[in-house]
Design a protein around this ligand. Structure first.
Ligand SMILES: [Zn+2]
Length: 213
């Protein structure tokens, strides 16, 4: 009985996370608020960061000048070594199994979606749609002029395999030191015992997850 309750709690938590991801849009983020999902499945622990570009490099437009491109590349390089972002206790005996780092751009998303549609049509149709696309783009440009800014975010996912996963009792975030423009991190933590959320800021860059795995 108890087990069933745990299971349905876990299931609804998982569904919530999945829905949140699907409906989540880059342009809905709040500057100064990064998001982190930590998920534990048996001996695997995943860390998935979604961080506003403003918090990482101070801007979210597409980097075009040499200076901006260098800033973005330096930031991406920092993410390549997870220790620049966070650390977990050595007792957990965890090894990095996979790593994904990229920039999610809201405009790219739109183009991709339309691209898929194009593939289904013949050349002639594609042409017609292209005109529509241009119109749409004009609307978009005006929209941008009237409204505000373009948004993008840095995405980084780290997956670890651990020998003693239950011995991970905290996670420390060097993120705030590495990226001084950052504000807070909203952390969603989920394991088979349930889910918890944390708000982490630079003055106390650590979460305690003892007994939660
Ligand atoms: Zn933004």
């Amino acid at each position: 009985m108890t087990k069933n309750i745990y299971f349905s709690l876990l299931l609804s938590a998982l569904v919530t996370v999945a829905l949140a991801e699907e409906t989540r849009q880059v342009d809905k983020h709040e500057h100064g608020v990064g998001e982190l999902n930590i998920a534990i499945d048996k001996n695997i622990i995943d860390f998935e960061f979604m961080l506003p570009g403003a918090d990482i490099v101070g801007f979210e437009y597409e980097a075009k000048s040499d200076e901006d491109i260098e800033l973005v590349n330096k930031a991406l390089n920092k993410f390549e070594d997870y220790k620049n972002i966070f650390s977990i206790p050595a007792d957990g005996q965890c090894n990095l199994a996979s790593l994904e780092v990229k920039i999610n751009n809201e405009d790219e998303h739109d183009e991709h979606d339309e691209h898929d549609e194009h593939d289904e049509h013949d050349e002639h149709d594609e042409h017609d749609e292209h005109d529509e696309h241009d119109e749409h783009k004009d609307e978009h440009d005006e929209h941008d002029k009237n409204q505000v800014e373009i948004h993008n975010e840095f995405y980084a996912k780290y997956s670890f395999e651990c020998g003693s996963i239950k011995l991970i009792n905290n996670v420390e975030f060097s993120y705030f030191m590495t990226f001084p423009n950052s504000g807070e991190l909203e952390v969603q933590f989920i394991s088979e015992l349930g889910s918890t959320s944390f708000e982490v800021e630079a003055d106390k860059p650590v979460i305690n997850i003892e007994g939660k795995i």
